[in-house]
Design a protein around this ligand. Structure first.
Ligand code: UTP
Length: 406
């Protein structure tokens, strides 16, 4: 793409300011900027100027398999789950492409040391949980690790340095997700420097399309993997390929399932699993109107009671069908360092949007979804912030409660 083609394209989308400093750039920087412009998906940005997800449909509560109901059938579910793992039908997908800006640590979130008297990384906690399952099943499952261009090298290096956490190296496969431009509140692209657009990982929703496009994606049909357990990196109590969860899903005959916990407060920062216009859907916390989030049943329980913990099981056959579907773009309001009037500024407050696809939108495309309630104190210790709610402190306390030596 040459200068005038780039200018034409930018003008079409009201983004010509991206070339404001072109005259000050050297030849290499100019080429790089033109290539970056050519790689941008402008339709995503058009969404940003129109305000993101769009109107919510009619919401109603979702029925869930409660902890009590799971307990009654635990042995039956567990047996089915173990059999599926032994037969190689289940794989795991670790979503580790995020930037962890709220945690504010250098490097991948999974490499964060949550130990107190010994080094204990977030990845380490999760692989310790995996080891319990593989010991019970007497079999290993494939683990696909999604990283981003910003952390892929560091993540792979960390796995190597830590001996792949005792897991067979040939069962761990890395793949890299896509990036998207960041913009200000008016949908205008932000610049990281005079010759570079601010880019960030495009959310966790692109995991399946990125996976199937990568070399790692070939493993799925080759090994006959039928189910993928997708989970976030930032929950140190995350139970991965939990046989009971897998068994409950298989017995139900649904296309996907989600682990849920009872929300502790109407404004808790978790996506809410509910029905939207009659189909299962998850509404992100920042898109849920407070007056709906705080509705209560006559017994005092929240009407929209179930929050997701980013632990889903998807049927691969149905995922292939989602590849042709478009996911909505969400706007995540963040602090984005950028160039303003020729000067680099690091904002104190959120100043713009990152454009994100979210895995939670895939639930709707799957047609049906089984909600499986889990015991919060045993399975949900998010590490989002340095201190306070969902922080290193609160996650440490929960790890100790679960008998993990820090
Ligand atoms: P979060 O939504 O908490 O985002 O990710 P984040 O980028 O890690 O953290 P903040 O918001 O900057 O503080 C939830 C899960 O989705 C993954 C994260 O790694 C985490 O497991 N994720 C998020 C991706 O894999 N890619 C992304 O682009 C964003």
């Amino acid at each position: 793409m040459n200068y005038s083609e780039a200018l034409g394209l930018l003008r079409e989308h009201g983004q010509e300011h991206v070339l404001r400093y072109y005259g000050e750039l050297d030849e290499g920087e100019r080429k790089a900027l033109l290539a970056q412009i050519a790689s941008i998906n402008f339709s995503e940005l058009d969404v940003a100027s129109h305000g993101g997800r769009g109107a919510l449909g009619e919401l109603s509560p979702v029925p869930a398999l409660t902890c009590g109901q799971v307990d009654e059938r635990r042995a039956e579910f567990e047996e089915a789950g173990i059999a599926a793992i032994r037969a190689g039908k289940v794989g795991a997908v670790l979503l580790a492409g995020g930037q962890g800006t709220r945690l504010g640590s250098e490097g991948p979130k999974g490499a964060f040391d949550i130990g107190v008297t010994r080094p204990l990384s977030v990845f380490g906690c999760q692989f310790a949980n995996i080891a319990e399952v593989t010991a019970r099943a007497g079999a290993y499952f494939h683990v696909f690790v999604m990283t981003s261009l910003l952390n892929c090298a560091q993540t792979e290096e960390f796995f190597k340095e830590n001996g792949f956490f005792g897991y067979p190296e040939d069962k761990i496969h890395f793949f890299v997700q896509d990036m998207a431009p960041a913009c200000d509140v008016d949908g205008k692209i932000l610049l990281e420097s005079k010759g570079k657009i601010c880019m960030s990982p495009n959310g966790n929703g692109g995991w399946y399309s990125s996976l199937v496009r990568s070399a790692a994606g070939e493993v799925i049909p080759r090994e006959g993997i039928e189910w993928l357990n997708v989970y976030s990196v930032d929950n140190v109590l995350q139970r991965i390929c939990d046989p009971v969860f897998i068994g409950a899903t298989l017995k139900d005959g649904c296309n996907c399932s989600a682990k849920v916990v009872k929300k502790v407060a109407p404004d808790e920062k978790v996506g809410v699993l509910c029905m939207e216009n009659g189909s299962p859907a998850i509404v992100e916390y920042y898109e849920m109107p407070p007056e709906i989030a705080s509705l209560r049943r006559p017994d005092g329980e929240l009407l929209f009671a179930y929050g997701v913990i980013l632990n889903y099981l998807f049927k691969v056959e149905k995922l292939n069908f989602t590849l042709e579907k478009k996911l909505p773009v969400h706007l995540s309001f963040k602090k984005i360092p950028h160039i303003e009037n020729g000067v680099f500024v690091t904002p104190e407050q959120p100043n713009g949007y990152k454009l994100e696809y979210l895995v939670l939108d895939m639930i709707k495309l799957m047609g049906n979804c089984l909600a499986v309630e889990v015991v919060r104190e045993r399975e949900f210790a998010p590490v989002k912030n340095r201190t306070g709610v969902d922080s290193v402190e609160s996650a440490r306390a929960l790890l100790e409660k679960n008998g993990v030596k820090l």
